[in-house]
Design a protein around this ligand. Structure first.
Ligand code: ATP
Ligand code: MG
Length: 251
C-alpha cells in the first residue's frame, strides 16, 4: 500500500543575515497509513520546519514530499495541522473555534451539528461548548485545539508538541486520552515531542533527528502491544526503548 507520507532527500534552507542557514538536510521519512509516528530531536533541529513543509507552507525545498500518493508540489495536501501554539480565537466559543477550519473550507453543514456535539463529549468538553478559551484550563484548551485539528479534512494529522505546555499530571491524562481516541479512530499521526517517555508510550515508531541541519539519525519501531496502560512505563522493554532513544539523541 502507498505510504501516507513519503519524504525523500528533503532539504530546506533559510537566509539569515544574508547567509544561508541549512535547516533540514536530506531528511528521509516514511509513515504508513494508520500509524502513530513520533519525531524527537533537539530544539532548533527543524522539526516544525519539517511539518510546515509537509503541510505545503514551505515552498522552497529540494527533494520530494508525497502525501497519500500526491506530490505536494502539484496538489495541496489534505492535512490536519496543529501548530506548536494552540491559537484559539478568544472571541469565539469552543464550538465556534472547533468548526473554524470547516467554515473556512466551506464544508460545514447544519447536519453536522449532532456529530460535532458527540465529538465535543468524546474530547472531554461536554458542557463547555459555549465557553470561551479564557474560561478553560490549559488541558481543555489543548483538547479544543486537538478536536479542531481532528475535524479538519485530512487523513494525516501533524501535531507539533501538543502537550508541551502542560504540567506533568495533565500531560499524562492527555496522553492516555489521546491513545484511547487514536486506538478507536486510527488516523495517521505525525507527532513532535521533546519527551522521550511520551514518544515511546504513544508511538508505533519514532524518528530521531540530529542537531541542525536536521536529519534523521535513528528510526526505532516500538513493538509494545496495544492497548497500552501507564504501568508499561516501568517494564524492562519500555525502559530499553527509552535508553535507545537517549543514546540516539546524543549522537
Ligand atoms: N521563517 C524562518 N526564517 C528563518 N529562519 C527560520 C525560519 N523558521 C525557522 N527558522 C530557523 O530554522 C531552525 C529550525 O527551526 P524549527 O522551528 O523548525 O525548529 P524546531 O526543531 O521545531 O525547534 P523547537 O523544538 O524549539 O520547536 C531554527 O534555527 C530557526 O531559527
Ligand atoms: Mg518546533
Amino acid at each position: 500500500m502507498e505510504p501516507a507520507v513519503n519524504i525523500t532527500d528533503l532539504c530546506v534552507s533559510y537566509t539569515l543575515n544574508k547567509k544561508e542557514l541549512k535547516v533540514l538536510e536530506n531528511v528521509n521519512l516514511r509513515a504508513e497509513a494508520g500509524r502513530f509516528v513520533s519525531i524527537i530531536g533537539p530544539s532548533g533541529c527543524g522539526k516544525s520546519t519539517l511539518f510546515r513543509t509537509i503541510a505545503g507552507l514551505e515552498k522552497k525545498y529540494t527533494g520530494s514530499v508525497i502525501v497519500n500518493g500526491c506530490d505536494i508540489r502539484n496538489s495541496r495536501p489534505h492535512i490536519a495541522y496543529m501548530l506548536q501554539k494552540d491559537l484559539l480565537l478568544p472571541w469565539r466559543n469552543v464550538r465556534q473555534n472547533i468548526v473554524l477550519p470547516l467554515e473556512l473550507a466551506g464544508t460545514l453543514k447544519n447536519t453536522d451539528a449532532d456529530f460535532i456535539e458527540n465529538m465535543i463529549s468524546e474530547f472531554g468538553l461536554k458542557g463547555f461548548a459555549d465557553a470561551y478559551p479564557d474560561e478553560l484550563s490549559g488541558g481543555m484548551r489543548q483538547r479544543v485545539a486537538l478536536l479542531r485539528t481532528w475535524l479538519m479534512e485530512g487523513s494525516v494529522m501533524l501535531l507539533d508538541e501538543p502537550f508541551g505546555a502542560l504540567d506533568a499530571l495533565t500531560r499524562k491524562h492527555m496522553q492516555d486520552w489521546l491513545t484511547g481516541i487514536w486506538e478507536k479512530h486510527r488516523k495517521t499521526v505525525l507527532f513532535i515531542t521533546h519527551d522521550i517517555e511520551e514518544a515511546v508510550y504513544l508511538s508505533d515508531e519514532v524518528f530521531v533527528m540530529g542537531p541542525r541541519p536536521g536529519r534523521i539519525v535513528e528510526h526505532i519501531n516500538i513493538d509494545i502491544e496495544r492497548p497500552r496502560k501507564s504501568d508499561i512505563t516501568c517494564t524492562p522493554l519500555f525502559i530499553d526503548y527509552k535508553r535507545r532513544l537517549v543514546s540516539a539523541l546524543q549522537v
